[in-house]
Design a protein around this ligand. Sequence first.
Ligand code: ZN
Length: 505
Amino acid sequence: MVTKPKEDLQKAHRRRKNRESLLETLESIIVAFVLAFIFRAFVVEAFVIPTGSMGPTLYGRHAELECTDCGFQFSIGADESGRRGGPALSTPPVCPNCLRPQRVPPRVPLYSGDRILVLKFLYDFQEPRRWDVIVFRNPNDPAQNYIKRLVGLPGETVELVGGNVTINGVIARKTDAAQESLWMLVHDTRRRATRRGWKPRWQTLDGWEQHELGYVLAKAPPRDRTAWLAYAHRDLHDRPSNIVDYYAYNGGNRREETWLGDYVCTDVGLKTEVTAGGAESVCIIEMRAYKDRFRFELTAEGGKEPTQILLNDKVVAKAARPVLPVGRPVEVRVANVDHKLMLLVDGDRVANVTSADMTPEGDAAYEPKKLSGAERRRFHETHTDDPRAMAAEVRLGARGGPLSLEYLRLDRDVYYINERLRNGEPGHATEGNPFKVNGDEFFVCGDNSPKSFDSRLWLEKVDRPVVPRRNLVGKAFFVYWPAAGSRWHIPLPLLPDPTGWRLVH
Ligand SMILES: [Zn+2]
């Protein structure tokens, strides 16, 4: 009997192993290919966003700018012809954060649009939901795929009122995920302008002091007084101004240099990191929209007062316990949006709604006070220093003890514009012209309302300005190849920028 040396046995064993693993690898590659084909055909498909109608949620062809003063980075859409040599913008855009007019360099690089994955068969199993971002064959030209946000479902009557969507006469409130996508920057303290004459947006009154990333109140004022930090919005001439529907993505405007937007926005959200200095510290955030006043009182652990939300001086929500730990920062998000009041601490709702209606998410819902046309006009025509003359007000206060605020960011909600049709008639679903969506039809709007050709405006080649069910392609769900990935100028294979991978909401 011949026995092989031990080493040979091991070699043979290794060879067999290698062969097996090679076969396994080949098998997995084949399976991956087959799966990929099945996926492409039936489950997901990739699309590139060509235009800016969904900006800033999804970018089309665009250029990237960095403000020459505050350093804020933002994108501007390139015109659809997409020629190199610069986006076609008739006047330069201004920085959305500090309003410094920017020059677009003549040979600014253009980046292609975001690439997204679309779930194609989801809607065979579940009904499309309001606020889904959907891909569909354009009813005006079925060879083309369009992407918009779904706002009206079969059988509903849609009307756009004051920038909001109403369904059958009742306001439609956005989901948390959609809202996060639809907040648009008004001001962020992380980027500060340094030019002479620029007025800080947050006005420090009563002992607040500016520090690198925010504001500090080292010493609370005596007795029951509140020390205030008030937001003052400004226009391009540094005059006090209302917050308007400015889209830096769309660049400047043709008509006049001071233009930033046409519509006054009163739905605003504030995000900041709050650190309570002591058990008696109370952080107060006050907002006003026209004649309605909202007050968020956040108290510190160990203090005696409750954390609560007040609507026109009445408590509408209360927390079970104080929400600010002493000496440790927490992220606070408050908002008045879609006729509801939100208060989130580190991402969670902390106050239980008491007397008011509650949204499914647990926010305090309300009906705004009625305004006459004259009252509304008065709120809209102001350049005074009196904050009460403005349509919206935001201020932050502290009492009882020290408080520090970092990363203050103010956003506005999307404002759906009542556009006119090319023949001069009011667009579909505009205020005073509610639109009835029939069975198996969907009403869609783009997030970039001033630059979106959507259900509001479709007229010429279609009988009805809607997406018929048979035109649905699927739900956009993932940006797998963010537009900024082409920043590196590598022709092929292009590398995606993983920092931009994100779900579409
Ligand atoms: Zn700037």
